[in-house]
Ligand binder design. Structure first.
Ligand code: ATP
Ligand code: MG
Length: 180
């Protein structure tokens, strides 16, 4: 029984994440997905809530026939303690899949096996590029699973990203009550 762990911020979930998870599903018996920086939303770098991101992920993975657990994980801002924090929040897992060098390092230091999946057309398929395209009114829907485009439409995500970008106070540095 192998339970695999995968973590990202998923702002938004995109075809690169989908490609990796479909591959993991071929070998693992269950998948645990951590939704990182879960407390953040309504910022230009982090526009979607944890709950919205969970809808994107579960909607995109409906066809996968093994158990999938999607767990929000808030930041603790203590890298040396972060792996223990993550493990305290999610079902036990045997292996982590990540291509993020810091994430790989922190798990390896805790003697957890790390596998680094190949990137899927990274120049196009990155959260940063998709948020940029949404903001600029460029084509983005083809870079995400249909379920993600539907969630973004349902919650008015395009308008949200454009409206928060117009704010005269940098919401990435300050919570809303310090931006009034
Ligand atoms: P952002 O630009 O907002 O940081 P991101 O595309 O890097 O978004 P994250 O939500 O940060 O996505 O998720 C990080 C995880 O997703 C990492 O393990 C990263 O390697 C993986 N990942 C991101 N893009 C791709 C891709 N195109 N192909 C495969 N894996 C990817
Ligand atoms: Mg990233």
């Amino acid at each position: 029984m192998t339970r695999a762990f995968y973590i990202g911020r998923f702002q938004p979930y995109h075809n690169g994440h989908q490609y990796v998870l479909e591959q993991i599903a071929e070998t693992a018996d269950a998948i645990v997905i951590g939704v990182g920086s879960a407390q953040l939303s309504h910022e230009t770098e982090n526009p979607f809530t944890a709950g919205e991101r969970i809808l994107m992920i579960t909607g995109s993975l409906k066809h996968i026939r093994i158990p999938i657990y999607v767990i929000p994980i808030e930041d603790i801002k203590r890298n040396a303690l972060w792996v223990a924090h993550v493990r305290s929040m999610v079902p036990p897992f045997d292996i982590i899949y990540s291509s993020n060098p810091l994430v790989m390092r922190l798990f390896a230091e805790e003697s957890i096996p790390v596998l680094s999946p190949a990137m899927y057309e990274r120049e196009l398929h990155s959260g940063t590029e998709i948020r940029r395209r949404i903001l600029k009114g460029e084509d983005w829907e083809k870079l995400v699973p249909d379920a993600v485009a539907r969630v973004i439409s349902e919650i008015g995500g395009v308008e949200r990203i454009r409206q928060i970008a117009r704010n005269d106070c940098d919401l990435n540095d300050r919570p809303v009550d310090r931006c009034l």
